[in-house]
Design a protein around this ligand. Structure first.
Ligand code: FUC
Length: 346
């Protein structure tokens, strides 16, 4: 195992983690962005399975897709860019209509994180630290945040998030990688077969804001408990698929009935990715609104080119009862992890 460090544009560093199986994970200090993950297909061919820009200046100029980045303080949409904690109102920047998306225009996806590489017998990784100041972006509390990316020889990539705040605040961190198991963007994710351990998802209104209702997945294209192809949701005429831009952009609440919270498989390459987390749910976003023609590493962007599994609590909890809470009490430790394991179909 080893770590390579590359200078990027004279202002950032890219850390590439290598395990002994040949898998690599590359991460920028800027935004904690995962720029590339190389894993083998069934013929042993290593290809990239995440979306990333060809030209790294784009990461700074084009934020609206959040490729591979750490998202915070609160991932997802906060209705009316405001919330209350103990009757105290907090007003945030509205960066999507009158709502806030992904922590606002100066969210953690744009922070230059301070990085410490590490390596031991079993693992190679980097630790990313950032301090967010009380009142920053309208959020209460000085927060110390650490995100750790660890790669092991069983092709597991573990993302650990920890944080403490000196005031009770709202915090929901995630990573916004777009996976595409075809490798090197050879196709969209329409034929990705996805299993999700979830019997309920969060209903959205036309502005993609949670209505406050949880819907059962029974008899819908949101029932991934037995596995289904993503294209079934792209082609579905249901109101919820249409609202999302003909696909998925919804929070799924995990049931914890299956071994993994999610499994993604692509049969032509034979690649499988399993995801296991202690988060209560995730947003699955299928690039429904990804624009055409961005210059990515292996070719132009287009709709449905990647699938994001944004494990997190639900910002809907700030305005409605019955959703996994994003409140972090003062002095308490926020501690979460998500593990992505890459393998092959048998
Ligand atoms: C996801 C979605 C949004 C948005 C963004 C790029 O997290 O929830 O709708 O398009 O990614």
């Amino acid at each position: 195992m080893r770590i390579d460090i590359k200078d990027i544009l004279g202002k950032w560093k890219e850390y590439t983690l290598f395990n002994d199986m040949g898998m690599t994970v590359s991460v920028l200090d800027y935004g904690g962005i995962i720029t590339e993950i190389m894993v083998p297909d069934r013929n042993g061919k290593f290809e990239n399975v995440v979306l990333g820009f060809k030209n790294y200046t784009e990461y700074e100029q084009n934020h609206s897709n959040y490729f591979g980045a750490i998202i915070g303080r609160v991932a997802g949409r906060i209705e009316d860019a405001s919330f209350e904690i103990n009757n105290q109102p907090y007003h945030l920047e509205a960066n999507e209509g009158h709502h806030q998306l992904h922590g606002g225009s100066k969210g953690f996806h744009q922070v230059k994180w301070s990085v410490t590489p590490f390596q031991n017998k079993k693992a190679v990784g980097i630790r990313l630290d950032h301090k967010s100041i009380d009142g920053e972006g309208g959020y209460p509390g000085n927060i110390d945040i650490t995100v750790t990316y660890t790669l092991t020889n069983d092709n597991k990539l573990t993302l650990e998030y920890s944080a403490t705040s000196d005031k009770t605040t709202a915090l929901a961190l995630t990573n916004h990688s777009y996976f595409n198991l075809n490798g090197d963007l050879k196709n969209t994710v329409e034929n990705h077969h996805v299993t999700i351990d979830s019997g309920h998802f969060v209903e959205l209104n036309q502005e993609l804001i949670p209505t406050g209702r949880l819907i059962s997945v029974d008899e819908t294209s949101f029932d991934f408990r037995g596995g289904r192809l993503l294209k079934e949701g792209f082609e579905d005429v249901s109101v919820q698929n249409k609202i999302a831009g003909k696909g998925y952009d919804h929070y799924f609440v995990f049931d914890h009935h299956l071994e993994n919270n999610a499994v993604v498989q692509e049969s032509s390459s034979g690649r499988i990715m399993t995801m296991k987390t202690d988060q209560p749910g995730m947003v699955m976003y299928t690039s429904n609104t990804l624009m055409d023609g961005l210059e990515l590493k292996e070719g132009p962007s287009r709709r449905y080119l990647g699938v994001c599994l944004e494990t997190q609590s639900s910002p809907a909890s700030l305005h409605h009862e019955g959703f996994p809470s994003v409140i972090l009490p003062a002095g308490e430790c926020y501690q979460k992890q998500t593990v992505f394991t890459f393998g092959l179909q048998s």
